[in-house]
Design a protein around this ligand. Structure first.
Ligand SMILES: *Cc1c(COP(=O)(O)O)cnc(C)c1O
Length: 455
Protein backbone atom coordinates (compact mmCIF):
# COMPACT_ATOMS: atom_id res chain seq x y z
CA UNK A 1 0.00 0.00 0.00
CA UNK A 2 1.29 3.48 -0.84
CA UNK A 3 2.02 5.29 2.38
CA UNK A 4 -0.23 8.19 3.10
CA UNK A 5 1.29 9.18 6.44
CA UNK A 6 4.98 8.98 7.30
CA UNK A 7 5.73 9.04 10.99
CA UNK A 8 8.97 8.88 12.94
CA UNK A 9 9.71 7.41 16.37
CA UNK A 10 10.12 9.70 19.38
CA UNK A 11 13.80 8.78 19.41
CA UNK A 12 14.14 10.31 15.93
CA UNK A 13 13.31 13.82 17.12
CA UNK A 14 16.35 15.84 15.96
CA UNK A 15 18.96 16.53 18.65
CA UNK A 16 20.07 19.89 17.26
CA UNK A 17 18.44 22.93 15.67
CA UNK A 18 19.99 24.25 12.42
CA UNK A 19 21.33 27.82 12.30
CA UNK A 20 21.35 29.05 8.69
CA UNK A 21 23.43 32.14 9.56
CA UNK A 22 26.50 29.86 9.57
CA UNK A 23 25.94 29.08 5.88
CA UNK A 24 24.66 32.41 4.50
CA UNK A 25 26.91 33.89 1.81
CA UNK A 26 25.98 37.41 2.99
CA UNK A 27 25.42 37.62 6.73
CA UNK A 28 22.52 39.76 7.99
CA UNK A 29 23.38 43.43 8.57
CA UNK A 30 23.46 44.52 12.23
CA UNK A 31 20.49 46.13 13.99
CA UNK A 32 20.95 49.89 14.53
CA UNK A 33 20.18 52.11 17.50
CA UNK A 34 17.30 54.35 16.36
CA UNK A 35 18.87 57.45 17.93
CA UNK A 36 22.57 57.15 17.12
CA UNK A 37 22.16 54.89 14.05
CA UNK A 38 25.17 52.94 15.38
CA UNK A 39 25.11 49.12 15.32
CA UNK A 40 23.87 47.80 18.65
CA UNK A 41 25.18 44.78 20.49
CA UNK A 42 23.32 41.89 22.07
CA UNK A 43 23.53 43.40 25.59
CA UNK A 44 20.85 45.95 24.71
CA UNK A 45 18.40 43.02 24.63
CA UNK A 46 19.21 41.98 28.22
CA UNK A 47 16.24 43.71 29.88
CA UNK A 48 13.84 41.79 27.63
CA UNK A 49 15.26 38.32 27.00
CA UNK A 50 17.19 35.71 29.03
CA UNK A 51 20.90 35.38 28.28
CA UNK A 52 20.61 31.97 26.61
CA UNK A 53 18.17 33.30 24.01
CA UNK A 54 20.26 36.41 23.34
CA UNK A 55 23.22 34.08 22.69
CA UNK A 56 21.11 32.10 20.24
CA UNK A 57 19.99 35.34 18.58
CA UNK A 58 23.56 36.16 17.54
CA UNK A 59 25.32 32.80 17.37
CA UNK A 60 27.10 31.73 14.19
CA UNK A 61 27.37 28.09 15.29
CA UNK A 62 25.83 25.90 12.62
CA UNK A 63 24.12 23.49 15.02
CA UNK A 64 22.61 24.26 18.45
CA UNK A 65 21.91 21.39 20.84
CA UNK A 66 18.28 21.01 21.92
CA UNK A 67 18.14 20.56 25.72
CA UNK A 68 16.90 17.11 26.81
CA UNK A 69 13.99 18.62 28.71
CA UNK A 70 12.86 20.49 25.59
CA UNK A 71 13.14 17.36 23.43
CA UNK A 72 11.12 15.49 26.03
CA UNK A 73 8.37 18.13 25.91
CA UNK A 74 8.50 18.12 22.10
CA UNK A 75 7.73 14.40 22.25
CA UNK A 76 4.23 15.28 23.49
CA UNK A 77 3.33 16.05 19.85
CA UNK A 78 6.54 15.55 17.84
CA UNK A 79 7.68 14.16 15.50
CA UNK A 80 4.70 15.57 13.58
CA UNK A 81 3.33 13.56 10.66
CA UNK A 82 4.26 14.09 7.03
CA UNK A 83 1.39 13.33 4.66
CA UNK A 84 1.29 12.54 0.97
CA UNK A 85 -1.70 14.50 -0.34
CA UNK A 86 -3.22 11.78 -2.54
CA UNK A 87 -6.66 13.38 -2.26
CA UNK A 88 -5.45 16.81 -3.37
CA UNK A 89 -3.33 15.36 -6.21
CA UNK A 90 -6.43 13.56 -7.50
CA UNK A 91 -8.65 16.63 -7.17
CA UNK A 92 -6.11 18.68 -9.14
CA UNK A 93 -5.50 15.90 -11.68
CA UNK A 94 -1.82 16.76 -11.48
CA UNK A 95 1.24 14.61 -12.20
CA UNK A 96 2.95 16.39 -9.26
CA UNK A 97 3.54 14.58 -6.00
CA UNK A 98 2.37 16.73 -3.09
CA UNK A 99 3.45 16.29 0.53
CA UNK A 100 2.59 18.36 3.59
CA UNK A 101 4.09 18.54 7.06
CA UNK A 102 1.30 18.91 9.62
CA UNK A 103 2.04 21.13 12.64
CA UNK A 104 -1.60 21.33 13.78
CA UNK A 105 -1.14 18.31 16.08
CA UNK A 106 0.49 20.45 18.80
CA UNK A 107 -1.60 21.20 21.91
CA UNK A 108 -2.39 24.75 20.76
CA UNK A 109 -2.87 23.70 17.13
CA UNK A 110 0.05 25.33 15.29
CA UNK A 111 3.84 25.36 14.94
CA UNK A 112 4.18 28.06 17.64
CA UNK A 113 4.85 25.74 20.62
CA UNK A 114 8.09 24.66 18.85
CA UNK A 115 9.56 27.94 20.07
CA UNK A 116 7.28 28.65 23.06
CA UNK A 117 8.61 25.55 24.85
CA UNK A 118 12.34 26.36 24.54
CA UNK A 119 11.70 30.05 25.28
CA UNK A 120 9.87 29.19 28.52
CA UNK A 121 12.57 26.62 29.35
CA UNK A 122 15.48 29.11 29.07
CA UNK A 123 13.56 31.72 31.10
CA UNK A 124 12.96 29.11 33.79
CA UNK A 125 16.68 28.22 33.82
CA UNK A 126 17.47 31.87 34.58
CA UNK A 127 14.96 32.17 37.41
CA UNK A 128 12.36 34.27 35.58
CA UNK A 129 8.96 34.25 37.28
CA UNK A 130 6.78 35.94 34.67
CA UNK A 131 6.72 36.29 30.86
CA UNK A 132 4.74 38.96 29.03
CA UNK A 133 3.71 38.88 25.41
CA UNK A 134 1.23 40.27 22.91
CA UNK A 135 -1.16 38.31 20.74
CA UNK A 136 -3.40 39.24 17.83
CA UNK A 137 -5.54 36.33 16.73
CA UNK A 138 -4.35 34.31 19.73
CA UNK A 139 -2.14 31.59 18.23
CA UNK A 140 1.05 32.83 19.87
CA UNK A 141 -0.61 33.74 23.17
CA UNK A 142 -2.07 30.27 23.52
CA UNK A 143 1.21 28.52 22.64
CA UNK A 144 3.13 30.58 25.21
CA UNK A 145 0.42 30.05 27.87
CA UNK A 146 0.72 26.29 27.38
CA UNK A 147 4.54 26.44 27.61
CA UNK A 148 4.61 28.70 30.69
CA UNK A 149 2.09 26.48 32.47
CA UNK A 150 4.40 23.50 31.99
CA UNK A 151 7.43 25.30 33.42
CA UNK A 152 5.56 27.00 36.29
CA UNK A 153 6.01 30.55 34.95
CA UNK A 154 3.27 33.17 35.13
CA UNK A 155 2.16 34.24 31.64
CA UNK A 156 0.68 37.69 30.99
CA UNK A 157 -0.84 38.22 27.56
CA UNK A 158 -1.83 41.57 26.02
CA UNK A 159 -4.45 40.69 23.44
CA UNK A 160 -5.56 43.20 20.81
CA UNK A 161 -8.91 44.43 22.21
CA UNK A 162 -10.85 43.79 19.01
CA UNK A 163 -9.72 40.13 18.95
CA UNK A 164 -10.26 39.79 22.71
CA UNK A 165 -13.95 40.44 22.12
CA UNK A 166 -14.26 38.80 18.67
CA UNK A 167 -12.29 35.59 19.39
CA UNK A 168 -13.29 34.49 22.90
CA UNK A 169 -12.23 30.84 22.47
CA UNK A 170 -8.52 31.59 22.05
CA UNK A 171 -8.69 33.72 25.20
CA UNK A 172 -10.39 30.90 27.11
CA UNK A 173 -7.67 28.48 25.96
CA UNK A 174 -5.07 30.82 27.45
CA UNK A 175 -7.05 31.05 30.72
CA UNK A 176 -7.34 27.25 30.80
CA UNK A 177 -3.54 27.04 30.69
CA UNK A 178 -3.39 29.52 33.59
CA UNK A 179 -2.49 32.74 31.77
CA UNK A 180 -3.82 36.22 32.57
CA UNK A 181 -5.16 37.83 29.41
CA UNK A 182 -5.74 41.59 29.20
CA UNK A 183 -7.49 43.44 26.39
CA UNK A 184 -5.01 45.95 24.95
CA UNK A 185 -4.87 48.93 25.32
CA UNK A 186 -5.19 48.33 29.09
CA UNK A 187 -4.83 50.63 32.08
CA UNK A 188 -1.96 48.47 33.43
CA UNK A 189 0.80 50.25 31.50
CA UNK A 190 1.76 53.84 30.71
CA UNK A 191 1.63 52.99 27.00
CA UNK A 192 -1.91 51.67 27.38
CA UNK A 193 -3.05 54.57 29.56
CA UNK A 194 -1.71 57.09 27.02
CA UNK A 195 -3.68 55.47 24.22
CA UNK A 196 -6.85 55.24 26.33
CA UNK A 197 -6.57 58.90 27.33
CA UNK A 198 -6.45 59.90 23.67
CA UNK A 199 -9.05 57.38 22.52
CA UNK A 200 -11.05 55.50 25.19
CA UNK A 201 -12.65 53.31 22.47
CA UNK A 202 -9.38 52.26 20.79
CA UNK A 203 -9.78 48.75 19.30
CA UNK A 204 -6.07 48.22 19.89
CA UNK A 205 -3.39 46.95 17.49
CA UNK A 206 -0.49 44.54 17.59
CA UNK A 207 1.85 47.53 17.84
CA UNK A 208 0.11 48.83 20.96
CA UNK A 209 0.00 45.38 22.54
CA UNK A 210 3.76 44.96 21.93
CA UNK A 211 4.40 48.29 23.63
CA UNK A 212 2.42 47.17 26.70
CA UNK A 213 4.10 43.75 26.96
CA UNK A 214 7.57 45.25 26.49
CA UNK A 215 6.97 47.98 29.08
CA UNK A 216 5.85 45.39 31.67
CA UNK A 217 8.96 43.28 31.07
CA UNK A 218 11.40 46.20 30.96
CA UNK A 219 10.19 47.65 34.25
CA UNK A 220 10.18 44.46 36.35
CA UNK A 221 13.24 42.43 37.36
CA UNK A 222 11.55 39.04 37.53
CA UNK A 223 9.79 39.50 34.19
CA UNK A 224 10.91 38.97 30.59
CA UNK A 225 9.23 39.35 27.22
CA UNK A 226 8.74 36.72 24.50
CA UNK A 227 8.17 37.08 20.76
CA UNK A 228 6.61 34.36 18.61
CA UNK A 229 8.12 35.18 15.20
CA UNK A 230 10.59 37.40 13.30
CA UNK A 231 13.66 36.99 15.58
CA UNK A 232 16.59 34.69 14.75
CA UNK A 233 16.22 32.46 17.81
CA UNK A 234 12.56 31.84 16.97
CA UNK A 235 13.49 30.72 13.46
CA UNK A 236 16.26 28.54 14.89
CA UNK A 237 13.80 26.65 17.12
CA UNK A 238 11.38 26.15 14.24
CA UNK A 239 13.97 24.32 12.10
CA UNK A 240 12.87 21.17 13.92
CA UNK A 241 10.07 21.10 11.29
CA UNK A 242 12.29 20.87 8.23
CA UNK A 243 14.85 18.61 9.90
CA UNK A 244 12.10 16.06 10.60
CA UNK A 245 10.63 16.47 7.11
CA UNK A 246 13.98 15.60 5.50
CA UNK A 247 14.11 12.33 7.48
CA UNK A 248 10.51 11.53 6.54
CA UNK A 249 11.06 12.20 2.84
CA UNK A 250 14.10 9.94 2.95
CA UNK A 251 11.79 7.16 4.13
CA UNK A 252 9.47 7.97 1.21
CA UNK A 253 12.49 7.95 -1.12
CA UNK A 254 11.78 11.50 -2.25
CA UNK A 255 13.35 14.93 -2.28
CA UNK A 256 11.19 17.98 -3.01
CA UNK A 257 11.73 20.23 -6.03
CA UNK A 258 9.67 22.94 -4.36
CA UNK A 259 9.24 23.77 -0.64
CA UNK A 260 6.42 26.18 0.29
CA UNK A 261 5.22 27.84 3.50
CA UNK A 262 2.95 30.75 4.44
CA UNK A 263 4.71 33.89 5.58
CA UNK A 264 3.85 36.29 8.40
CA UNK A 265 7.06 37.17 10.23
CA UNK A 266 8.84 34.16 8.76
CA UNK A 267 9.03 31.57 11.54
CA UNK A 268 7.15 28.65 10.00
CA UNK A 269 8.66 29.37 6.58
CA UNK A 270 12.15 29.39 8.10
CA UNK A 271 11.32 26.27 10.07
CA UNK A 272 10.44 24.20 7.05
CA UNK A 273 12.66 25.80 4.41
CA UNK A 274 16.04 26.47 6.10
CA UNK A 275 17.06 22.80 6.44
CA UNK A 276 16.29 22.35 2.72
CA UNK A 277 18.30 25.49 1.87
CA UNK A 278 21.17 23.81 3.72
CA UNK A 279 20.94 20.95 1.21
CA UNK A 280 21.23 23.54 -1.58
CA UNK A 281 24.25 25.20 0.01
CA UNK A 282 26.05 22.11 1.37
CA UNK A 283 25.13 19.43 -1.14
CA UNK A 284 24.52 21.36 -4.34
CA UNK A 285 20.81 20.55 -4.44
CA UNK A 286 18.51 22.91 -6.32
CA UNK A 287 15.34 23.11 -4.25
CA UNK A 288 13.12 26.17 -4.78
CA UNK A 289 11.83 27.61 -1.50
CA UNK A 290 8.76 29.85 -1.82
CA UNK A 291 7.25 32.08 0.88
CA UNK A 292 3.50 32.73 0.43
CA UNK A 293 2.11 36.05 1.63
CA UNK A 294 -1.24 37.86 1.43
CA UNK A 295 -1.65 40.22 -1.53
CA UNK A 296 -3.01 42.78 0.94
CA UNK A 297 0.20 42.77 3.03
CA UNK A 298 2.87 42.06 0.40
CA UNK A 299 6.15 43.05 2.02
CA UNK A 300 8.20 40.38 0.23
CA UNK A 301 6.78 40.87 -3.27
CA UNK A 302 6.15 44.65 -3.20
CA UNK A 303 8.02 46.05 -0.17
CA UNK A 304 11.45 47.70 -0.02
CA UNK A 305 14.68 46.35 1.53
CA UNK A 306 15.84 48.94 4.05
CA UNK A 307 16.13 49.62 7.77
CA UNK A 308 12.81 49.90 9.59
CA UNK A 309 11.29 49.50 13.04
CA UNK A 310 9.92 46.12 14.06
CA UNK A 311 6.85 47.67 15.70
CA UNK A 312 4.28 50.28 14.80
CA UNK A 313 5.22 52.68 17.59
CA UNK A 314 8.91 52.75 16.58
CA UNK A 315 10.34 51.46 19.87
CA UNK A 316 12.49 48.56 18.63
CA UNK A 317 15.99 48.75 17.16
CA UNK A 318 16.14 49.42 13.41
CA UNK A 319 16.25 46.15 11.48
CA UNK A 320 17.40 45.55 7.88
CA UNK A 321 14.37 43.99 6.24
CA UNK A 322 11.76 43.95 3.52
CA UNK A 323 9.05 46.28 4.75
CA UNK A 324 5.93 48.15 3.72
CA UNK A 325 6.70 50.82 6.34
CA UNK A 326 6.14 50.36 10.06
CA UNK A 327 2.91 52.35 10.10
CA UNK A 328 1.42 50.40 7.19
CA UNK A 329 -2.03 49.22 8.31
CA UNK A 330 -3.14 46.19 6.30
CA UNK A 331 -6.82 45.94 5.41
CA UNK A 332 -8.79 43.96 8.01
CA UNK A 333 -8.80 40.76 5.96
CA UNK A 334 -8.76 37.20 7.21
CA UNK A 335 -5.04 36.59 6.82
CA UNK A 336 -4.82 36.08 10.60
CA UNK A 337 -1.19 36.08 11.70
CA UNK A 338 0.16 37.29 8.35
CA UNK A 339 -0.72 40.96 8.75
CA UNK A 340 2.73 42.19 9.77
CA UNK A 341 4.45 45.06 7.95
CA UNK A 342 7.95 43.55 7.81
CA UNK A 343 9.86 40.32 7.32
CA UNK A 344 12.49 38.80 9.61
CA UNK A 345 16.11 39.86 9.02
CA UNK A 346 17.47 36.48 7.86
CA UNK A 347 14.65 35.82 5.43
CA UNK A 348 14.97 39.35 4.04
CA UNK A 349 18.69 38.86 3.31
CA UNK A 350 17.99 35.47 1.68
CA UNK A 351 15.36 37.06 -0.58
CA UNK A 352 17.68 39.94 -1.44
CA UNK A 353 20.30 37.35 -2.44
CA UNK A 354 17.70 35.46 -4.51
CA UNK A 355 18.18 32.26 -2.48
CA UNK A 356 14.42 32.12 -1.85
CA UNK A 357 11.30 33.28 -3.73
CA UNK A 358 7.99 34.83 -2.74
CA UNK A 359 4.43 34.73 -4.09
CA UNK A 360 1.33 36.68 -3.04
CA UNK A 361 -2.26 35.41 -3.09
CA UNK A 362 -5.48 37.32 -2.70
CA UNK A 363 -8.14 36.83 -0.10
CA UNK A 364 -10.58 34.80 -2.16
CA UNK A 365 -7.96 32.58 -3.78
CA UNK A 366 -6.68 31.46 -0.37
CA UNK A 367 -10.12 30.46 0.92
CA UNK A 368 -10.83 28.58 -2.34
CA UNK A 369 -7.54 26.76 -1.76
CA UNK A 370 -8.33 26.03 1.90
CA UNK A 371 -11.79 24.67 1.13
CA UNK A 372 -10.48 22.55 -1.74
CA UNK A 373 -7.81 21.17 0.58
CA UNK A 374 -10.30 20.44 3.40
CA UNK A 375 -12.59 18.58 0.99
CA UNK A 376 -9.73 16.56 -0.51
CA UNK A 377 -7.65 15.85 2.61
CA UNK A 378 -10.01 16.27 5.57
CA UNK A 379 -8.03 18.69 7.74
CA UNK A 380 -9.43 22.25 7.88
CA UNK A 381 -6.42 24.57 7.63
CA UNK A 382 -5.79 27.80 9.53
CA UNK A 383 -6.48 30.78 7.22
CA UNK A 384 -2.75 31.62 7.37
CA UNK A 385 -1.90 28.12 6.13
CA UNK A 386 -4.22 28.59 3.16
CA UNK A 387 -1.66 30.94 1.59
CA UNK A 388 0.87 28.11 1.34
CA UNK A 389 -1.79 25.77 0.00
CA UNK A 390 -2.66 28.33 -2.70
CA UNK A 391 0.99 28.39 -3.84
CA UNK A 392 1.17 24.57 -3.78
CA UNK A 393 -2.00 24.33 -5.90
CA UNK A 394 -0.67 26.94 -8.37
CA UNK A 395 2.60 25.00 -8.75
CA UNK A 396 0.76 21.66 -9.11
CA UNK A 397 -1.46 23.14 -11.83
CA UNK A 398 1.65 24.34 -13.65
CA UNK A 399 2.94 20.76 -13.58
CA UNK A 400 -0.31 19.60 -15.19
CA UNK A 401 -0.12 22.26 -17.91
CA UNK A 402 3.52 21.53 -18.64
CA UNK A 403 3.11 17.76 -18.32
CA UNK A 404 5.97 17.43 -15.83
CA UNK A 405 5.99 15.70 -12.48
CA UNK A 406 7.56 17.63 -9.64
CA UNK A 407 7.62 16.92 -5.92
CA UNK A 408 6.05 19.67 -3.84
CA UNK A 409 6.23 19.98 -0.04
CA UNK A 410 4.30 22.56 1.95
CA UNK A 411 3.84 23.44 5.60
CA UNK A 412 0.36 22.93 6.98
CA UNK A 413 1.36 25.05 9.95
CA UNK A 414 -1.92 24.94 11.86
CA UNK A 415 -5.53 23.77 11.85
CA UNK A 416 -8.43 26.18 11.49
CA UNK A 417 -10.82 24.71 14.04
CA UNK A 418 -11.10 28.03 15.88
CA UNK A 419 -11.42 30.02 12.66
CA UNK A 420 -14.92 28.99 11.61
CA UNK A 421 -16.04 32.62 11.60
CA UNK A 422 -13.60 33.32 8.76
CA UNK A 423 -14.83 30.30 6.78
CA UNK A 424 -18.43 31.31 7.50
CA UNK A 425 -17.72 34.78 6.11
CA UNK A 426 -16.21 33.20 3.00
CA UNK A 427 -19.25 30.96 2.40
CA UNK A 428 -21.55 33.95 2.98
CA UNK A 429 -19.70 35.92 0.28
CA UNK A 430 -18.50 38.46 2.83
CA UNK A 431 -14.83 38.04 1.93
CA UNK A 432 -14.10 40.74 -0.58
CA UNK A 433 -11.31 41.05 -3.07
CA UNK A 434 -8.95 43.72 -1.82
CA UNK A 435 -6.80 45.64 -4.28
CA UNK A 436 -3.81 47.32 -2.72
CA UNK A 437 -2.73 50.12 -5.05
CA UNK A 438 0.88 51.04 -5.76
CA UNK A 439 0.03 54.55 -4.54
CA UNK A 440 -0.92 53.20 -1.08
CA UNK A 441 2.35 51.28 -0.82
CA UNK A 442 4.39 54.23 -2.12
CA UNK A 443 2.74 56.57 0.41
CA UNK A 444 3.54 54.28 3.34
CA UNK A 445 7.15 53.83 2.25
CA UNK A 446 7.53 57.56 1.57
CA UNK A 447 6.72 58.23 5.26
CA UNK A 448 9.86 56.31 6.29
CA UNK A 449 12.80 58.35 7.50
CA UNK A 450 14.85 55.28 8.50
CA UNK A 451 18.26 54.60 6.86
CA UNK A 452 18.49 53.15 3.36
CA UNK A 453 20.72 50.17 2.60
CA UNK A 454 23.17 50.83 -0.25
CA UNK A 455 22.74 48.12 -2.90
C1 LIG B 1 1.56 32.85 13.75
C2 LIG B 1 1.15 32.02 12.61
C3 LIG B 1 1.61 32.28 11.30
C4 LIG B 1 2.50 33.44 10.95
O1 LIG B 1 3.71 33.53 11.58
P1 LIG B 1 5.11 33.04 10.97
O2 LIG B 1 6.10 33.50 11.95
O3 LIG B 1 5.28 33.66 9.62
O4 LIG B 1 5.03 31.56 10.89
C5 LIG B 1 1.20 31.45 10.29
N1 LIG B 1 0.38 30.42 10.52
C6 LIG B 1 -0.08 30.12 11.76
C7 LIG B 1 -0.99 28.95 11.93
C8 LIG B 1 0.29 30.91 12.84
O5 LIG B 1 -0.14 30.62 14.07
Amino acid sequence: MDRRKIILEESQIPEKWYNIIADMPNKPLPPLHPGTLEPIGPDSLAPLFPEALIKQEVTTDKWVTIPDEVRHMYSLWRPTPLYRAYGLEKALDTPAKIYYKYEGVSPSGSHKPNTAIPQAYYNKQEGIKRITTETGAGQWGSALSFACQHFGIKCEVYMVKLSFHDKPYRKIMMNTWGADVYPSPSDRTQAGRNILAANPDSPGSLGIAISEAVEMAATRDDTKYALGSVLNHVKLHQTIIGLEAIKQLEIAGDLPDIVIAPFGGGSNFAGLAFPFLRLNMDEGKNIRCIASEPASCPKLTRGVFRYDFGDTAGMTPLLPMYTLGHDFIPAPIHAGGLRYHGAGVIVSQLLKDKLIEAQAHDNIEIFEAGVQFARAEGIIPAPEANHGIATAIAEAKKCREEGVSKTILFNLCGHGNFDMKAYDDYFAGKIKQHELTQAEIDASIARLTTPLIPS
